[in-house]
Design a protein around this ligand. Structure first.
Ligand SMILES: O=P(O)(O)OC[C@H]1O[C@](O)(COP(=O)(O)O)[C@@H](O)[C@@H]1O
Ligand SMILES: [Mg+2]
Ligand SMILES: [Mg+2]
Length: 333
């Protein structure tokens, strides 16, 4: 079989298919290179002294792991000099990071969750990086936080890397979803899955069930019906999986279907869920929709939400279309 590298794939998309501009291609290549560096650091584990806490907190009051901080630095450094960027924003930084030496004017803005699945770092379970690319608004001078507050439908690219038994990079530029596997000996990303598709129906669901007592009635009803199995309203048995790394749960769903849920709950009624709209929900929603699935916050399509702040949180229901539509429907009843 002919090996197609990420660069070859992107050049084809740019030159033959006219799907992406050269500047976006370069930007994606820089992000992919940064993910390769993060993958190397993850792979060293205790030998690289990258495990454990960094002894600091991020803007959302979460304890930062050494790898959260390191991955953020790797992405910042690579993209400061590499891509056609105006500014970056990260889950781990309080505010935006404008590019000091913009070339030629920086037409894109990059957002990322540098290390997703932080609670799994120290126990050698799959973790990842999630990213999203927006266009800088026309006529933008000095980038501000407000320039980032665009709905997910405006994304021009999104993707994630999973650092697991294999390191993979899953990418969309709005033309389907493709998966590249890191050839660790050659140091190159090789196209291994074209046009990933999520089946509309599934028998697998993912939710942190330890929060069940706090769920609102629509989520409780939906999950109770799944748990009731063959003899319940759904008339079939469902299996449950929860990795606690969104990247790994979404990667499973892109490969074999399923529904992933992180709902808002009654613990903190003012907090609309745990996951972040700009760094987690939007890029994953873009990928999932491009693979034929659906993504909502229980009420509306995630990518239609108008963000009001950079670190906004959101409830997430994504994956196999018929299941996402069902649980979303329960919220309307
Ligand atoms: O620990 P919980 O409540 O199960 O939450 C797990 C969720 O939190 C996250 O780890 C949040 O991401 P970060 O590690 O980037 O903060 C998701 O990847 C995952 O789905
Ligand atoms: Mg995350
Ligand atoms: Mg993170």
């Amino acid at each position: 079989m002919k090996r197609v590298s990420l660069t070859q794939y992107l050049v084809e998309e740019q030159r033959q298919n006219n799907k992406i501009p050269a500047e976006l291609r370069l930007l994606i290549e820089v992000v992919a290179r940064a993910c390769k560096s993060i993958s190397h650091a993850v792979g060293k584990g205790a030998l690289g002294e990258v495990l454990g806490s960094a002894g600091s907190e991020n803007v959302q009051g979460e304890v930062q792991k050494k790898l959260d901080v390191l991955s953020n630095e790797i992405l910042l450094e690579a993209n400061e000099w590499g891509g056609h960027l105006a500014a970056m924003a990260s889950e781990e930084m309080e505010t935006i990071h404008p590019i000091p030496h913009r070339y030629p004017k920086g037409e894109y803005m990059l957002l990322f969750d540098p290390l997703d699945g932080s609670s799994n770092i120290d126990v050698n379970v799959s973790i990842g990086t999630i990213f999203s690319v927006l266009k800088a608004p026309d006529g933008m001078q000095e980038p501000t936080e407000k320039d980032f507050l665009q709905p997910g439908t405006k994304q021009v690219a999104a993707g994630y890397a999973v650092y697991g038994p294999q390191t993979v990079l899953v990418l969309t530029t709005g033309d389907g979803v493709n998966c590249f596997t890191l050839d660790r000996e050659m140091g190159s990303w090789v196209l291994t899955q074209r046009n990933m598709q999520i089946p509309a129906d599934t028998k697998e669901f993912a939710i942190n069930a330890s929060n069940a007592r706090h769920w609102y009635p629509p989520v409780k009803r939906y999950v109770d019906e799944l748990l009731a199995g063959k003899t319940g309203a759904r008339g079939k048995d469902f299996n449950m999986r929860w990795i606690a790394s969104m990247v790994a749960d979404v990667h499973r769903i892109l490969n074999r279907g399923g529904i992933f849920m992180y709902p808002a709950d009654a613990r903190e009624p003012d907090k609309p869920g745990k996951l972040r709209l700009m760094y987690e929900a939007n890029p994953m929603a873009f990928l999932v929709e491009q693979a034929g699935g659906a993504a909502t916050n229980g009420k509306q399509r995630i990518m239609d939400i108008q963000p009001t702040k950079l670190h906004e949180r959101v409830a997430v229901f994504l994956g196999s279309k018929n299941e996402v539509e069902r649980v979303t429907g329960y919220h309307g009843e």
